[in-house]
Design a protein around this ligand. Sequence first.
Ligand SMILES: O=C(O)[C@@H](CO)OP(=O)(O)O
Length: 206
Amino acid sequence: MERLLVLVRHGQSDWNLKNLFTGWKDPDLTEQGVREATSAGRRLKALGLTFDIAFTSVLTRAQHTNSLILGEIGQPDLPTIRDQALNERDYGDLSGLNKDDARARWGEEQVHIWRRSYDIAPPGGESLKDTAARVLPYYITEILPRVLRGERVLVAAHGNSLRALVMVLDRLTPATIPSMELATGVPLVYRLKADSTVESKEVLEG
Ligand SMILES: O=C(O)[C@@H](CO)OP(=O)(O)O
C-alpha cells in the first residue's frame, strides 16, 4: 500500500520579499510566489501525483499555494482542511520587523537563535518547540491516520510549521535542526512505512 505525504512550503510572500518577520501576519504571495507554487504543481503533475485530501493553515499564502498546486494537477475541487495548528510559528513582537533591522538592533547571533534554535522563543512568540507542540499533535491525530490508511495527503504550510514536522520525519535533533532550511515552493515527497517512519523522501527542486 502506498502511504504518500507531500509537504510544501508556500511560495514567496510579499513579506518574504520585503524581508519582514511574518509569523501569523497574513500577506499574500508575490508574483514570484505564484510562479513557485504553480511550478511546484507542475513538478507534482510530472510525477503523476494526485491526492485524496489537502491540509493547509488559516493563512492566505499557504491557502493560495494549495489552490495553485491543485489547479495545476487538475484537482481544483479537492477537499481541503484548513487549520490554525498548521500556521507559521508566531513571531510575537518581531512580527512586521525587518530582519536586517533586527540584526542591527539585537545582533546577528541573537536573531539567528530566535529564528533557528529549537527552544528559544522570540519575545511574545513561539519557539520551534512551541510550534511543534501544536503541529505534531495535529499531525498525529488528523493527518497521519489518513496517510496510514492509504489516503494520498498534501500539506501546504509554512517554513517553521513544516520544520517541526520534518524534524520528526527526518529524525533531526535540537542540535541539527538549526541548519535545516525549507525552500519556498519545493515539494517534499515522503513515502511512509506502516510504522509511520520514512521509507523514502524525494525533494522536487525546480
Ligand atoms: O518570517 C517568518 O514568518 C519566517 C518564514 O518566512 O521567517 P524565518 O525564516 O525567519 O523563520
